[in-house]
Design a binder for this molecule. Structure first.
Ligand code: ZN
Length: 300
């Protein structure tokens, strides 16, 4: 597959594969093409017995600004026409109403993220700049997360879209339950040091050393026997699944769909008819011109 939105790089005789999100001018916003290419690259790396560790990074000023909701490119790939992306022609894409949305989001936002989380290889997210909303989903799907100093993490979809977070609801597990509520209700952000303190972030390095230090760290992991590495990953993932992680994700995906359906039902006429998220007149902030996020500090 020729990739348009990502780049892959084989390092150390293919033992380490680096995937770079490559829409720098769009701040690595995730359009459908990018998500499908990313899935292809992850599955190809999983199939390749030479690969031991995968690094997921982003080119440009930030790791990822979240789902691409409004760019011309994302509209072209969604709407019928010569540029419509193949993935809109199946997996619910030709069905109506909530069934369409639920199936499409299940395949291209939720189940793909869960598949990457359960990949039979060790994965490391290498993040910098800002990680916003669905950017968190990509990062959380990885086993380890390495951040540049000053990286910030936020999910403003509650304020800007009237939504209860994203399709893959890792928030309570990653931030802790009370912090998850605070961040989702306020849009406030935490930084890499706070993420480290919460146990979400593995290491924090200076920005100009991030790629090199992440590679050094990946090389340490790549030295482990592959069976030991996989059993360590699987033991932790199965422990967390038995604590309810998997069932909670499934339940919260359903809640997410109820949230979308509410807004779609509220919008009965005009150009926004059926729009499945809150608008300014519903009390949402204008996501094209949003208020800046604030640091979630104890005295702020
Ligand atoms: Zn959604």
């Amino acid at each position: 597959m020729d990739y348009q939105y990502i780049q892959t790089e084989r390092l150390d005789d293919g033992q380490i594969l680096r995937i770079n999100l490559n829409r720098p001018t769009a701040r690595n916003a995730q359009n459908r093409g990018l998500l499908v290419e990313l899935d292809h690259a992850f599955l190809a790396a999983e199939k390749d017995d030479q690969v031991r560790v995968i690094i997921l990074a982003g080119n440009g000023p930030m790791f990822s600004a979240g789902h691409d909701l409004g760019s011309e490119e994302s509209l072209r790939e969604r709407l019928p026409g010569p540029d419509q992306h193949e993935s809109f022609k199946g997996n619910g894409g030709t069905r109506k109403g909530g069934e369409n949305r639920m199936l499409q989001e299940w395949h291209y936002y939720y189940q793909n993220t869960l598949r990457w989380r359960n990949l039979r290889k060790i994965t490391i997210a290498q993040v910098h700049g800002k990680v916003i909303a669905a950017g968190l989903m990509l990062m959380w799907a990885c086993d380890l997360i390495i951040a540049a100093e000053g990286t910030t993490f936020s999910d403003p979809v509650g304020a800007r879209l009237g939504m209860c977070g994203m399709e893959y609801f890792g928030h309570p597990w990653e931030f802790g339950p009370r912090k998850a509520k605070e961040l989702l209700l306020t849009t406030d952000s935490i930084d890499a040091d706070e993420g480290y303190r919460l146990g979400m972030i593995t290491k924090v390095y200076k920005g100009d050393e991030l790629a090199e230090k992440t590679l050094e760290f990946a090389r340490r992991i790549a030295q482990r026997p592959t069976m030991a590495a996989l059993m360590i990953k699987e033991s932790v993932n199965q422990a967390v699944d038995n604590m309810g992680f998997y069932n909670a994700l499934q339940a919260c995906f359903t809640i997410h769909q109820a949230n979308h359906s509410h807004w779609a039902e509220c919008h009965t006429e005009g150009e926004w008819k059926g729009y499945p998220a809150a608008l300014v007149e519903d009390g949402a902030e204008d996501w094209r011109n949003p208020k800046p996020t604030r640091p979630a500090l104890k005295d702020n």
